[in-house]
Design a binder for this molecule. Structure first.
Ligand code: CUA
Length: 429
C-alpha cells in the first residue's frame, strides 16, 4: 500500500504503525460498508411512480443483534489490548538507558548530557541504545515530537516529563514542537543524529568547541551565545525589528520607552534587559514576550553578549581605524611568513593547531600533501587546489569526522593571500 508515514527509526515504530493502519483500514472498511449499504437502500427502496410500496413488517433478529454486538466488542477489545500493551512498552524504564536532559524555552531546545556536554537545537545518540529524555520547560507549555521514532510528549514548566525511544538505525531526524507556544513556534526545531557508538563516544567527549570558545574574543563568544540562547529568534541582525529591536547599531542608541521616558542603551540597560526584560520595554513592543534570563546567564556571558552587541555598532569604525599593513614591510617578507601572519590574523589559529592537536578543524601539522578521507567517503590529497578550495569554499570537501564549521573565505582573501597561506602550510611539518 502507499506509504504516508515517516521512516520507522525506533523499536516501537513498526508496532505503532501496525496498530495505526489496523484502525485506519477497519475504519475504511466500515465506512465503505455502512455508507455503501445506505446508498444502496436509498436507491433500491426509493418511492417510485408516486405509489407507496408498503414494506413487510420485521420483528427483529436475535442472531443479527448478537453479531453486531459481539463483532465490534471483540474488535474494540483487541485494539484496546494492543493500545495498552504498546503504550506500556513505550513508557518502559530501561536500565541501560542514555539519559539526556532537555530544556524547552521560547523558541529553542537545549540538551545536556551527563558528561557535561551541552548543545542547542541538535543532539546525538548512539544507535540501538534506549534513550530517556528528561524534559522540562523554562516558560510555557511545549511538546517534543520525534515523528521517525513515533514518540511525542508535552513539556511542562511545572514538572518533569520523560520520553523514551530506542533508535534502530543511524540517520538524521527532525523534531518538532507540537504545542503552539507563540510567534516562533513553528521554528522551534531540533535535529537528532543517530550515530554509531564509536562516533557518539567521539562526539560526546569532544570538547573542541569549548576550547575554541575560550580562545576567541568576548564579542565572538557573545555571537555564539546570541545563537545558542535563542536571542537570534527575535533580535535580528538584518536590521529588521518586527518582533524585537534589532541589535544592529543598538548600543549607544537613545530608545523611547513604553512609559514615555527614554533611555540610552548602555551596559547597564543591556544587563537589565537580559535579566529582567519587562523592566524597561521599548515603545512599540509588547511586554512579557521575552523570557527573563535571570539565573540562566552568567556575568561572563552577559559581558560577552554586550561585547557582541557593541561590536555590531563599532566594528565598521574600528576596521576603518585599524592601520593598514605597511605594503613595503609585507613585500619584504617571504610568502610563508606572510601566510603565517594571515594564519593568525584571519583566525585560522582558532581552529587549526600547528602541533598536531585537534581543536575544531584538522591540525595543520604536516597537512600539505596529506591523504585524507572526506565526508563523502572519497579520498583526497591536500594539494594546492584542495587547500585553496577548502579556504574559499570550505563546505565543499569536509574531512571525515569534522563538523562543517568553517566560514567560507570567498571574497575575503585575494589569490595572492591564499597562495601565501599555502606556502606557509608547506612549512608546517
Ligand atoms: Cu514550543 Cu511550540
Amino acid at each position: 500500500m502507499f506509504n504516508f508515514m515517516p521512516e520507522q527509526a525506533s523499536e516501537i515504530a513498526s508496532n505503532i504503525d501496525w496498530l495505526n493502519s489496523l484502525i485506519l483500514w477497519l475504519s475504511v472498511f466500515f465506512t465503505v460498508a455502512i455508507v455503501g449499504a445506505m446508498v444502496y437502500f436509498a436507491v433500491r427502496y426509493r418511492r417510485r411512480d408516486g405509489v407507496d410500496h408498503e414494506t413487510p413488517r420485521i420483528e427483529g433478529s436475535n442472531a443479527l443483534e448478537a453479531v453486531w454486538t459481539i463483532v465490534p466488542t471483540v474488535i474494540c477489545v483487541f485494539i484496546a489490548y494492543y493500545g495498552v500493551a504498546f503504550y506500556a512498552q513505550m513508557r518502559e524504564e530501561k536500565a541501560n538507558a542514555l539519559e539526556i536532559n532537555v530544556w524547552a524555552q521560547k523558541w529553542k531546545w537545549d540538551f545536556e548530557y551527563a558528561s557535561g556536554k551541552k548543545t542547542t537545537a541538535e543532539f546525538y545518540v548512539p544507535v540501538n541504545r534506549p534513550v530517556k529524555l528528561i524534559m522540562k520547560s523554562r516558560d510555557v507549555l511545549h511538546s517534543f515530537f520525534l515523528p521517525a521514532m513515533r514518540v511525542k510528549r508535552d513539556v511542562l514548566p511545572s514538572a518533569y516529563n520523560a520520553l523514551y525511544f530506542t533508535p534502530i538505525k543511524t540517520g538524521v531526524y527532525q523534531t518538532f514542537c507540537t504545542e503552539y507556544c507563540g510567534m516562533e513556534h513553528s521554528g522551534m526545531l531540533a535535529t537528532l543524529h543517530v550515530v554509531s557508538q564509536a562516533e557518539y563516544d567521539r562526539w560526546v567527549n569532544d570538547r573542541s568547541e569549548e576550547i575554541a570558545l575560550s580562545r576567541v574574543t568576548p564579542a565572538e563568544r557573545g555571537e555564539k551565545l546570541y545563537n545558542q540562547k535563542g536571542c537570534n529568534a527575535c533580535h535580528k541582525l538584518d536590521g529588521s525589528s518586527a518582533i524585537a529591536p534589532s541589535f544592529v547599531k543598538l548600543f549607544g542608541r537613545n530608545e523611547q520607552l513604553a512609559d514615555g521616558t527614554s533611555v540610552t542603551v548602555d551596559e547597564n540597560y543591556l544587563q537589565e534587559s537580559i535579566l529582567h526584560p519587562n523592566a524597561k520595554i521599548v515603545k512599540g513592543y509588547p511586554p512579557n514576550l521575552m523570557p527573563a534570563f535571570e539565573g540562566q546567564v552568567s556575568d561572563d556571558e552577559i559581558q560577552a553578549l554586550e561585547a557582541f552587541i557593541k561590536s555590531l555598532t563599532t566594528a565598521k569604525q574600528e576596521q576603518a581605524a585599524a592601520a593598514p599593513a605597511d605594503p613595503a614591510a609585507l613585500a619584504g617578507m617571504s610568502p610563508a611568513d606572510r601566510g603565517k601572519k594571515l594564519y593568525n590574523e584571519k583566525v585560522c589559529v582558532t581552529c587549526h593547531s600547528l602541533d598536531g592537536s585537534r581543536i575544531v578543524g584538522p591540525s595543520f601539522k604536516g597537512v600539505y600533501g596529506r591523504k585524507q578521507k572526506i565526508t563523502t567517503g572519497q579520498e583526497i590529497v591536500a594539494d594546492d587546489a584542495y587547500i585553496k578550495e577548502s579556504i574559499l569554499n570550505s563546505a565543499a570537501k569536509v574531512v571525515e569526522g569534522y563538523p562543517p564549521a568553517m566560514p567560507a573565505y570567498q571574497g575575503q582573501l585575494s589569490d595572492a593571500e591564499v597562495s601565501d597561506i599555502i606556502e606557509f602550510l608547506k612549512t608546517v611539518k
